[in-house]
Design a protein around this ligand. Structure first.
Ligand SMILES: NC(=O)c1ccc[n+]([C@@H]2O[C@H](COP(=O)([O-])OP(=O)(O)OC[C@H]3O[C@@H](n4cnc5c(N)ncnc54)[C@H](O)[C@@H]3O)[C@@H](O)[C@H]2O)c1
Ligand SMILES: O=C(O)[C@H](O)[C@H](O)COP(=O)(O)O
Length: 380
């Protein structure tokens, strides 16, 4: 690596920055939500997360020549303007997709246990079958769950087996939203679920959104849910986050502060992907392996008594009820204050991905072992 002396300005919530970017120069960490042009007067590299709007207003007149976002979503970035200006750009596609798929699985198993149903008797509809949706599809299929898939952009590119959104809404018992937030073009997803199509949702269905808040019109959702309390809501993302109205929050079975993708593995993978992208941008050869970045993080160990089922084991690694309890205790009468929402995210406990788990104690029964492999654990 023969590059140093650059100024790197980064969101304070990006992990593993020092081990990956120290070699390029001086790192200044600042809060992403309030980042402004004056913070970037001398910046060569800007590294953000989803809470910083990166556009002409932020960057014009600054020396920034490379922008990276350690996230999957890119709706906060004006990529067109960056391209016009010749500013290098990278996001981190798929970096936390496993974490989101695991968040969904943990949530669905929680609801199944509470409501006394078996996921195998339900039809799960996945809207948006990209990095997240495909991982979820694979795990549910391997567990034997029936699926309906909707992804018009992929369908028009030739992928078979998709159904129209209205059909999915009418026929699925569980609906999971994993589209990006797109406001224009041929397949906009802004308010994809709205007052016109929410009434199509089946009696007693489960509706989960771990994409972006504005993919569901939250005002329409609240009004509809006042008369459709039979539908179980699981929301990780909110239309006006970091502000969340209590009226909607109090109607959800699981409400979380946009943390579906917050595994430590996923966050560090995001930083590592930006490191690789920056090396490529400057014609450098990367020399840090992803495994090296994780080497000092403690491995979670599941201690088995022999009585656990799949839900128990998954919830030993990640139980969404804990996040929900923290979220609800942060609501005041009218709303979740933006500072509190951000604080919950900043102080998020270490969460590892299923594949990182080790096992001790009782031997795994072979049928449970098969389910764990299907769910994304590696347990040989
Ligand atoms: N809650 C979280 O913590 C979290 C974490 C990661 C990603 N996300 C969000 O989830 C989104 C999806 O992530 P991904 O990695 O799967 O992205 P991806 O780009 O790999 O896949 C998105 C898929 O959605 C499809 N799509 C686009 N517009 C659509 C529409 N109108 N209707 C149906 N399908 C549509 C695309 O064709 C694509 O296949 C991200 O853009 C991000 O906004 C949220
Ligand atoms: O797009 C993504 O990757 C996720 O939504 C990500 O988890 C957002 O986290 P943030 O950047 O807001 O910390």
């Amino acid at each position: 690596m023969n590059l140093s002396g650059l100024n790197i300005v980064a969101d304070e919530n990006i992990p593993a920055l020092e081990s990956l970017f120290d070699c390029f120069g001086k790192i200044t960490r600042i809060p992403g939500r309030s980042m402004k042009k004056s913070d970037l007067k001398e910046a060569d590299i800007l590294l953000v997360r989803s809470v910083t709007k990166v556009d002409r207003a932020l960057l014009e007149g600054t020396p920034v020549s490379f922008v990276g976002t350690a996230t999957i979503g890119t709706d906060h970035i004006d990529q067109h303007w960056l391209h016009e200006q010749g500013i290098g750009f990278s996001s981190a596609p798929g970096c936390n997709a496993d974490a989101v798929a695991e968040y969904v699985l943990s949530n669905l198993l929680l609801v199944a246990r509470e409501q006394g149903f078996d996921l195998l008797d339900k039809v799960v509809g996945i809207v948006g079958v990209g990095n997240v949706g495909r991982r979820l599809q694979r795990r549910l299929e391997r567990l034997g769950v029936k699926l309906l898939l909707n992804d018009p952009p992929r369908q028009s590119a030739g992928t078979e087996g998709m159904v129209p959104l209205d059909q999915l809404l009418k026929e699925a018992d569980i609906i999971c939203l994993h589209t990006p937030l797109v406001k224009d073009g041929k397949y906009p997803s802004h308010h994809l679920l709205n007052q016109d199509n929410l009434p199509l949702v089946k009696q007693g269905a489960v509706l989960l959104n771990a994409g972006r808040g504005p993919v569901i019109d939250n005002t329409a959702l609240l009004n509809w849910h006042l008369i459709r309390e039979d539908v179980t809501l699981l929301l990780d993302v909110w239309e006006d986050e970091p502000r969340v109205g209590s009226e909607l929050a109090e109607r959800v079975r699981i409400g979380t502060p946009h943390i579906a993708g917050y595994s430590l593995d996923g966050k560090i993978r995001g930083t590592w992907m930006l490191y690789n992208a920056f090396c490529e941008h400057r014609g450098l050869v990367p020399d840090v392996d992803f495994k090296q970045c994780l080497s000092e993080i403690v491995q979670p160990v599941v201690k088995l008594t022999g009585k656990e089922d799949l839900t128990d084991i998954i919830h030993m690694i990640y139980d969404p009820a804990d996040d929900h309890a923290r979220f609800m205790s942060s609501l005041d009468d009218a709303a979740m204050q933006p500072e509190r929402f951000d604080q919950l995210r900043k102080q998020y406990p270490v969460r590892r991905e299923f594949a990182a788990a080790g096992f001790s104690g009782a031997k795994l029964a072979s049928d449970l072992k098969g389910q764990l492999v299907a769910a994304g654990f590696i347990c040989d």
